[in-house]
Write a protein that binds this ligand. Structure first.
Ligand SMILES: [Zn+2]
Length: 300
């Protein structure tokens, strides 16, 4: 490279020497230049062929998690949901207590996380619900937000569990928001994501911050309902948790629960990735293996 730069400098000097005084015609100079590029000529310039096209710059691609997150944000964006973000290092109030998960609540056991040594009140957030708490704190209804982000759990790393993963949660608080709105919004969402023929079902569930709560399944996109390992031979795959915002949570943030109602939902982005791209090992997402990432070049 150094040698090539020196040679270019030399050529520049030669051109500068010729052009001003006209000692050499342009044609003569062209012939001299050509002889330097002659394959028979000696020196480093021998192998340069200026007529060849340059090396193409290899194009990268979006990470599959980013691809799926962007699609989710886009679909909810069309329904009027705006993106809200919050810190990954949270305090106990926003991550647990304000969300109806007081200290010693058994539901905290399912969300063991990492605590900051200097201040045990600080922790790595276990869900993006903490962003909902921060938005309700500073904004009055109507609230219509979607919160994508990274979350953490103290889990042993395996194909099915990791110490960090990604979630997208949504929150809609206004007057007269009903369970029918929740069902229709989520049905529209999965139709946009997986196709119009998708079927859904709701199963009663428990979350401390919603009442009533439900988990939503879709018919398995991999086996079409006949049964496979992904759907555990049931034909249905759980895709998200949802429910009507618990009145106590609204009161925690000074929102009049007799006037306003709302619904909330949350899903794991890796889960949707698994269904869309059939990735069965969570660890692949964070190993930075180019062979894995390259497979998503055309998936936009
Ligand atoms: Zn299946």
């Amino acid at each position: 490279m150094e040698q090539l730069l020196q040679q270019i400098e030399q050529y520049k000097k030669e051109i500068a020497a010729i052009v001003p005084n006209g000692a050499e015609s342009l044609e003569a100079y062209r012939i001299r230049w050509k002889s330097r590029l002659d394959p028979g000529a000696a020196g480093p310039a021998r192998n340069i062929d200026l007529s060849l096209p340059g090396d193409a710059t290899p194009l990268g691609t979006h990470h599959p998690i980013t691809l799926v997150r962007d699609r989710i944000v886009h679909i909810f964006g069309r329904l009027g949901f705006s993106v809200a973000e919050g810190p990954e290092i949270e305090d106990d109030w926003h991550n647990f207590t304000a969300l109806n998960l007081p200290e010693n609540h058994p539901a905290r056991d399912m969300q063991d996380t990492f605590y900051i040594h200097q201040n045990p009140d600080w922790l790595l957030r276990t869900h993006t619900s903490s962003v909902q708490a921060r938005v309700m704190e500073r904004q009055k209804p109507p609230i219509r937000i979607i919160c994508p982000g990274r979350v953490y759990r103290n889990e042993t790393i395996s194909a099915r569990a990791h110490c960090f993963f990604h979630q997208t949660e949504g929150l809609y608080v206004d007057e007269n928001v009903s369970f029918a709105d929740l069902k229709q919004t989520l049905y529209f969402f999965v139709q946009e994501l997986f196709g119009k023929d998708v079927r859904i079902r709701f199963r009663p569930s428990y979350f401390p911050f919603t009442e009533p709560s439900a988990e939503m399944d879709i018919n398995c996109r991999i086996c079409g309902g006949s049964g496979c390992s992904v759907c555990k031979h049931t034909g249905w795959v759980e895709i998200l948790g949802s429910g009507m915002v618990h009145p106590k949570m609204l009161d925690n943030f000074g929102i009049d629960s007799t006037k306003y109602t709302g619904f909330a939902f949350g899903m794991g982005i890796e889960r949707i990735c698994q269904l869309q791209y059939r990735v069965n090992d969570l660890r692949l997402y964070s190993q930075n293996d180019v062979r894995f990432l390259k497979q998503f070049t055309g998936a936009v």
